[in-house]
Structures are given as C-alpha cells and as structure tokens.
Design a binder for this molecule. Structure first.
Ligand SMILES: Cc1cc2nc3c(=O)[nH]c(=O)nc-3n(C[C@H](O)[C@H](O)[C@H](O)COP(=O)(O)O)c2cc1C
Length: 187
C-alpha cells in the first residue's frame, strides 16, 4: 500500500453535525500527513429509514458505505454522546459488521458532546467496542465539546493538537513503503 484509504464514520444524522466535522477534520489531517484519500459518511447518508426493519430500500446508501468501511486501510470513527453513550443508530451500524471484519484494522476513536461530563465515553464505551473486534485502536482518542467549535469547525488549540497527535499514530499501522515495480517475467 502506498496511498492509504481513510474512511470516516460519524454516528450522527444531524446536518450540520459536529461529529461529522470532527471526523472530517481528522480525515483531512490524515490525508495531509500520509497522502492517499478519504471518504466520510454519517447515518443520514445511509438513508432516512436506516434502522427501520431489514428492507434494503430503507437504507439505500448502506451497502456502498459499509463496503467502504470494511475495505478501508484505516478508520476514523466517532459518535455524539446521547444520554451518556453512543447513539443507538451508531451501534446499529456497528452491529452489522462481522466479528472478524475489523481484525487488525487501525481505528482512531472520537466523540462529541454538549460538555465535558461524558468525555470518557471514548475510554469506557468506544474502546471496548472496538476491542471486541480486535482492531488496532490508536492510543489517543479525540473528544470535543460544543465550546470547542467555532463556525462549525474545531478551533480549540488543545483539541486540534490532540487530533494531530492521534492522526500521527496511524504511522505505526500503515504500510507506507513505495510500491514495488512488477517483476518482469524471466526470458
Ligand atoms: C438526545 C440527545 C442526548 C444528548 N445527551 C448528551 C449527554 O448525555 N452528554 C453530553 O455531553 N451531550 C449530550 N447531548 C449533546 C450532543 O452530544 C452534542 O450536541 C453533540 O455534539 C451533537 O453532535 P452532532 O452535531 O454530530 O449531532 C445530547 C444531545 C441529544 C440530541
């Protein structure tokens, strides 16, 4: 792999969404540092009926985004805090993933909340969830409260620095060696 594919998932359906913005800023930072490309999606992208029964017509965006998620070289995953936890539809998306499918996958975890009270959602809820999948969870998670956003972007210096530090940790988990030229067939 020389050009990593980063995929970000925000467990929010709000537009605009602070959580999607956190994921987008992390994805931009990752591409700026490592090259490659990024794809970001959220619950609203899956379809207005996502979570309402098993009819694929309810969630026309699900298959394409799920395939992007599963084939990513590295993931950026975040949820808003709802009632002290990740959102129900965030978990519903994660419940669709085969237990083996994220084995060894590098994952940056994030969350947004109204205040700081539930900042440990990353350590107490998201980290064990991705531990279940035996993913390679980056040591640094990124939590941003509403006060850390200005005009829809994370502008707080300490959170921006934390986001940079977290993204830099992908380096230990990405194969960034140059692509080998194809071997010529021996005459
Ligand atoms: C139903 C609901 C429950 C919430 N519960 C919490 C909570 O328990 N703790 C908290 O810090 N913020 C809570 N919030 C605030 C959101 O987590 C916060 O506004 C978040 O950044 C929204 O993200 P979004 O813009 O991506 O939807 C709640 C918001 C809603 C709508």
């Amino acid at each position: 792999m020389t050009t990593p594919r980063f995929v970000g998932f925000a467990g929010s359906w709000s537009r605009p969404s602070k959580t999607r913005q956190l994921v987008t800023q992390a994805a931009e930072c990752a591409v700026a540092r490592f090259g490659g490309s990024a794809h970001v999606f959220d619950i609203a992208d899956l379809g207005a009926g996502f979570g309402l029964g098993s009819n694929p017509g309810n969630a026309p965006g699900l298959d394409a985004h799920l395939q992007e998620f599963l084939s990513a070289d590295a993931l950026i995953v975040a949820s808003p805090v709802y009632k002290g936890s990740y959102t129900g539809l965030f978990k519903h998306f994660i419940d669709l993933i085969d237990p083996q499918a994220l084995l060894g996958k590098p994952v940056l975890l994030g969350a947004t909340g109204g205040g700081q009270r539930h900042a440990l959602i990353i350590e107490h809820q998201l980290r064990p969830l991705f531990g279940f999948f035996e993913a390679r969870i980056l040591a640094t998670g990124v939590y941003a409260s509403s006060a850390e956003f200005t005009d829809g972007r994370i502008t707080a210096d300490d959170t921006g620095a934390r986001l940079d530090r977290a993204v830099a940790q992908f380096a230990d988990h990405l194969d960034l060696s140059p692509a080998r030229p194809a071997l010529r067939a021996l005459a």
